[in-house]
Design a protein around this ligand. Structure first.
Ligand SMILES: Cc1ncc(COP(=O)(O)O)c(C=O)c1O
Length: 368
């Protein structure tokens, strides 16, 4: 019996570097969005090789702001894959536009371009491809498709921080890319999100949109508010955590890749159990390790009885009461999501932990 709990994921905060940055927040007596947020934005933009980065309160709001700043709103339709965290669809709904769900590709659980083609109407204004678990959606085809139909591309790269597709960072392919710093991500600042773009006009719209329409922040008194905006500002308290953890990204992603390789190598010959491919050589980073699994819920319960936590995949969005539609239009998400499982994937795992999980998975398929 494995008595140590092996988590599906666990965040890690409190490094010496984070503490130094937090100390700076205290010394400066400035917790609101300020210099540290700018530093965090600049660090991320530079590391991704993109011109601009704008921090905000969450990944969901990053998608919302990017779409809204590019004019998406009431009367528009936005194509969204049926297999994603519901935040993707909700961000579209928040703009006033309608999310149009489309089916996925079973090989990577990412958006199916053939299905997206059938969803085009006169109202289609944008597409939000999601890079599920850090696996890049087929961005080459999406770029062609978007060009043909004059669509805005906002990449939901919430799960693809510093992951590449064909050697190019995810989040930097479309008009804008959106990241999340929620608890189960490579860097967590509690909550938080980032929009990246090479488009200066978009950048200049995003800043006032997240700050009450102010192009320049003043005192909060007689400032000029030239457009309508809201309060989706980040804080330097969060940026302190982000800046401190930024130094650990390489170490963390190396461990995440090692988890993936260990599982893939040891579990490749089990019938009814298939780890999804990700192209590590082209720079892919598996945010988490996922598999298509026979008797998924039984396996999950079995591992859980040995203190091993997995995470079951999302229900297809069309099966949620918030966005109800019939299964017929979504044969792949309907069939495959109930078989998909995230294995323990934390960057805090040791080789011993991963081998323990591998051992119990092998036992499960031997016994049953
Ligand atoms: C695919 C996907 N999109 C969007 C989000 C939303 O990000 P957040 O939780 O930071 O709002 C998440 C993560 O939670 C996600 O996994």
């Amino acid at each position: 019996m494995n008595y140590k709990r092996i988590p599906w994921w666990e965040p890690q905060i409190g490094s010496a570097s984070e503490r130094e940055y937090i100390e700076k927040v205290f010394t400066d007596n400035y917790a609101n969005e300020g210099k540290l947020t700018t530093q965090f934005e600049e660090k991320i933009a530079k590391a991704l090789g993109i011109k601009h980065a704008v921090a905000t309160t969450s990944g969901t709001n990053a998608i919302f702001l990017a779409l809204k700043a590019m004019g998406v709103g009431h009367g528009d339709e936005v194509i969204v894959p049926d297999a994603t965290f519901i935040a993707t669809a909700n961000a579209v709904t928040l703009t006033g536009a309608t999310p149009i769900l489309v089916d996925i590709d079973p090989k990577d659980l990412n958006i199916n371009i053939a299905a997206a083609k059938t969803a085009i109407t006169k109202k289609t204004k944008a597409i939000v491809p999601v890079h599920v678990t850090g696996r890049g959606a087929d961005m080459e085809s999406i770029l062609i498709f978007a060009r043909e139909h004059n669509l805005i591309i906002v990449e939901d790269a919430a799960e693809a921080f510093f992951s590449k597709h064909k050697g190019k960072y995810l989040g930097t392919w479309g008009d804008a890319g959106c990241f999340s710093f929620s608890a189960a991500k490579t860097i967590t600042t509690g909550q938080g999100g980032m929009i990246v773009t090479n488009n200066i006009e978009l950048y200049e719209k995003l800043k006032p949109l997240k700050d009450q329409g102010r192009p320049i922040r003043g005192t909060g008194g007689d400032d000029a508010h030239n457009t309508i905006g809201f309060n989706f500002k980040y804080t330097d308290l969060q940026a302190a955590l982000g800046l401190g953890q930024f130094k650990l990204v390489g170490k963390r992603t190396t461990r995440m890749k090692r988890n993936y390789v260990m599982y893939r190598e040891s579990l490749k010959n089990i019938p009814g159990f298939k780890i999804f491919d990700i192209d590590l050589k082209q720079g892919g980073v598996p945010q988490w390790v996922d598999a298509l699994v026979d008797r998924r819920d039984e396996l999950d319960k079995y591992l859980n009885s040995f203190n091993i936590d997995c995470r079951r995949y999302w229900k297809p969005i069309h099966q949620q009461k918030a966005y109800p539609m019939s299964d017929e239009t979504f044969p792949n998400s309907t069939k495959y999501l109930p078989k998909a499982l995230w294995l323990p994937s934390a960057f805090t795992l040791t080789d011993e932990d991963v081998n323990t999980v591998i051992g119990y998975i092998k036992d499960f398929y031997k016994k049953k």
